[in-house]
Design a binder for this molecule. Sequence first.
Ligand code: IPD
Ligand code: CA
Ligand code: CA
Length: 273
Amino acid sequence: MPIGAPDYVAFASDVAREAGAVLMRHYRSVGVEYKGSFDTVTAADRASERLVVDRIRARFPAHSIVAEEGGGFDAGDEFTWYVDPLDGTTNFAHGLERFCVSIGLWSRSGGLAGAVFDPVRDDLFAAEVGSGAYLNSRRVRVSDVSELANGLFATGFPSSIRDTNPNLHYYHEVARCTHGVRRTGSAALDLCAVAQGHFDGFWELGLKSWDVGAGLVVLTEAGGEFFALDGGTYRPGGPGVVATNGRVTAALLDLLGDVSSGRRRTPIPSPVA
Ligand code: IPD
Ligand code: CA
Ligand code: CA
């Protein structure tokens, strides 16, 4: 890092830890409200977001912020912070211990820094462009699995449009061709799990910029790559993302592309065994 340059990843990491402490204070004692038909929103979301947005506004007043609960700020597109104050809200609300704070910084040309903090495990994934990806100061790297058949994958289903989301069709095909597909309920942690080599790839349709802003920086700094569903360029908030270890990309895009174009590889079997 050049002398005098802001240490974005250290800043994002400190704030993610602070916000994680806020989440833990609410955990299990939280009052749950329902927003729309599926979206569970908690006091924890809002308290965590308030803290993160206040910290960013105080330190980088000329930067934009896109934050899930609406606490954003528009200062143009040169620097944008993507903030998910609680990724894995449904898990959190049900007492399932897989959720995190996700804070990513992007410029017009790409991701700059990301911090994803899991306060239950005290796990901090952090990355700054050009400096590698770290889990609690230990370097992480993607897997070297090169065939779909040997890989473990992850996906998710956006809570607000689960009933109209076509992803079950993609799920069916990928589950048939691989060691399996996990749906853990936190896209940010799923991307970090690809970065650390637990998963070999991840895809999802309809994610928002705050879901992926930090995780994609961690992933690329760990040696992974990401694309739009059709293999084109993906920017946070695009309609579908495919993120991999860099070795299964062509095969996964090919399989997903078959589903997109209506070419199923395997018929759905009869439910009667
Ligand atoms: C959700 C999680 C989930 C993904 C959904 C997201 P939230 O974010 O990342 O894994 O499948 O699409 O909306 O609502 O828990 O912040
Ligand atoms: Ca999210
Ligand atoms: Ca959230």
